[in-house]
Design a protein around this ligand. Sequence first.
Ligand code: WTA
Length: 647
Amino acid sequence: MSQTSSAESHPIYPPPADFSARARVPSMDDYQRRYDASIADPEAFWAAEAGELLWREPWTRVLDWQMPFARWFDGGKINVCENCVDRHANGPLRDKAAIIWEGEPGDQRTLTYGQLHEEVCRFANVLERNDLTAGDRVIIYMPMVPEAAVAMLACARIGAVHSVVFGGFSSESIFDRLEDSGAVAVITADGGWRRGSVVPLKPAVDEAVAKYGKIKRVIVLRRCGNEVAMNPATDVWWHEAAAAAPATHSPAAFDSEHPLFILYTSGSTGKPKGILHTSGGYLTGTYATCKYVFDMRPEDVYWCTADVGWITGHSYIVYGPLANGATQLMYEGAPNHPDFGRFWSMIERYRVTIFYTAPTAIRAFIKAGNHFPAGHDLSSLRLLGSVGEPINPEAWTWYHQHIGGGRCPIVDTWWQTETGAILISPMPGATPCIPGTATRPFFGIDAAILDDAGNECAPNQDGRLVIRKPWPSMTRTIYNDPERFKKTYWSDFPGLYTAGDGARRDEHGNFWIIGRLDDVLNVSGHRLGTAEIESALVSHPAVAEAAAVGRPDDLKGQAVAVFVTLKAGFTESEELRRELRNHVGHVIGAIAKPDDIHFAPGLPKTRSGKIMRRILKELVCTGQVTGNITTLEDYSVIATLQQKIAH
Ligand code: WTA
């Protein structure tokens, strides 16, 4: 792997003195001292953090590590929901706003911790009255409304395992998740507002539930008032069931390793992986990272723009901030509705102090024009965050200047669905920020970069990012597939977690994340497996074979380019192209629709018949093929494809 230039030429932004003065980690010396101590004895560090949570029974052992299976805080009993809600509702934070919500049409609601407690209790009672109990799996398919958080928390409260499916996924994706998780209930809504119209949700659930056939109950929130079909055998309205349920509920205590949720994410096969997270360790990780990385203060108004359907929404909208007793803003709709000033208007109106978003959104804002943020008072902001993909230095600098007014540190947070919580990020009061690097590992995180032989890379040498010690919020397994779990994350280097990301570390110890090393694309910060897109394409009657690759895209980071070989009797046309795009949208969801569809009479293959995606990738990125093609079976396909792409 190649040597690359040093970090010396990059501008460095030290933390502002007034920020450091009040920060939990006020200097690099302090960070280093605490980091070194946490690596010398990670269990002591994590136990101290876990000790700030409410445990019904203390743990007897901090870590039981039977590689690759971890058990954290064994013997301890905890209720995650009680930590996020009751602990604050029963104390001085009772009347503090927990969630300030704005719907896309402009409707507003605030739930204090006391009110959130009441909603969660009612809904936990609803779940129990519908025969749901600890260990049952529940699919949540909802818009970004406070009830999405209430549904997750109520599941956690009764020990049911939620699996949130992003509202942009198709009914087939819901069906796959119902089947894999063996879910018995679905919580959904009539629809949600997006770019000025109602996006219906219930029909996709209906289709999936009918095909699956094993659902006891579908609970439906009325959000938009659009018409929905209610099946009397299974469906109940949220508002009716909640009104009839008591407003108090006493939470049971669960083992620290009790499953909390399954979240499906793309991997390198056609079947998404059910990433399983458990209770005590996950909450410890999200609580501690929120506290240090966002340096949350009681008076902060925190806003994470992710959707609860992704891990960022789980860890940094629901569990982390609420465990910290934070006040947060939640928004239902699109960033550009009614125009690209929406976010900035909300920051101004709610006096947001911490803002956490994705590079793809930042790039869209840059394109929309500086006059949008310039028209708003953003002086309440004190800290910015970025997540989901590498943030390019141009986007970083724009974010710093136009949103942060040059005064806010930016925490570029690297982590994954599997890691549960942030693993690499600046500490905002300590770490000098350099655009493009997520900088240093969090306390207790032993991150390294290895070459293919497993040796640690020299500074600035590209390699594979690994984590060498277990941490509490790590995924425990792939649901129903421990073998895949071992193979995917723990087999490259014995005993080490491989993230699947390429990275390098500069001579100052900063981690620069380069991107995925596997067949996973990162489109607008969302993970998509090339194999998933390919299997969606070949399920169309016209398609004989398909290959998907990523190409760089100014806005999305990566765009999806696919090569499709048609079956005999089908002809290339614009109409078929449109149909194939929509077909992928129908099978997976709109986020997976290919950007470019190239009809290919043949695909480049090895003599053993494997599609050489590397060649296709080079073709879509550069229009050329320069790499080694000696294993190619038929050289003429390349010339044909080159011509096709040129047109
Ligand atoms: C990428 C999102 C560079 C990375 C929390 C990782 C990043 C994948 C960053 C996980 C970052 C996430 N810099 N790359 N700050 N954050 N990634 O599971 O490739 O949706 O493996 O979790 O996103 O995506 P996931």
